[in-house]
Design a protein around this ligand. Structure first.
Ligand code: HEC
Length: 194
């Protein structure tokens, strides 16, 4: 009986301490302060384990498909650059103030499992700036983005810039442009006729 009583009292004391911590305003939510110590460990471990345990059942399509990569580029360039940067653009006005920081995917994407890239891009990460793109994009589009992100680490600034130009797409080095691919150049010529 005595043991139960002391366990109960300890739990109540812990609860009171938690409530004091929450209501006192002691914890600083400012994004200027980096998380460290035990709080950092708790948050990171919770996140890592949460993601790892949700990757089962995801099947990875062929990520070398050029039309997927080109489609993925458009989305990346529109939706991800402000936080994650691009070749030659490691920091932006948004990314500098983010806490937790948005990893520079040009550097880290190589090491991330495609299933994890897919899950994170689709579902986002709660209480960070990382949105759930699956609310507005089909799984197919998310895979296009993943296919592009996987190519990011091997891209130069010039190659990225070229893709940004209106007719720019990533080209297959082994294939000549007049093989297989339908010719789209004629459009731009026709557009000038009035
Ligand atoms: C508003 C800012 C913001 C935008 C826009 C954004 N992200 Fe993120 N993203 C983050 C932040 C912040 C994190 C880090 C979260 C954390 O540390 O838990 C993150 C994490 C990630 C990660 C995990 C990286 C790692 O090393 O584990 C991936 C992958 C990712 N984002 C992909 C994308 C893609 C793809 C897009 C565009 C479709 C995108 N993000 C758009 C803020 C953003």
């Amino acid at each position: 009986m005595k043991i139960l009583l002391s366990v109960g009292l300890t739990l109540i004391a812990l609860l009171v301490l938690c409530l004091i911590f929450i209501y006192s305003g002691w914890y600083n939510v400012s994004a200027n302060e980096q998380e460290n110590g035990i709080m950092k460990w708790v948050l990171n471990t919770t996140k890592d384990r949460s993601i790892e345990s949700r990757l089962k059942g995801i099947t990875v399509p062929d990520l070398n498909n050029l039309s997927m990569i080109n489609e993925g580029f458009k989305h990346y360039n529109e939706m991800c650059v402000s936080c994650h940067g691009a070749p030659g653009l490691e920091e932006t006005e948004v990314s500098v103030g983010l806490n937790p920081t948005a990893p520079y995917l040009v550097k880290v994407a190589k090491e991330i499992d495609p299933k994890e890239l897919f899950w994170i891009t689709k579902n986002g990460i709660k209480m960070t700036g990382m949105p759930a793109w699956g609310k507005t994009h089909s799984d197919e589009k998310i895979w296009d983005i993943v296919a592009f992100v996987k190519k990011l680490p091997d891209m130069t600034f010039e190659e990225y810039q070229k893709m940004e130009s209106p007719s720019g797409t990533m080209e297959d080095d082994e294939k000549h442009p007049d093989e297989n691919e339908p010719q789209t150049h004629s459009h731009s010529v026709e557009e000038h006729h009035h």
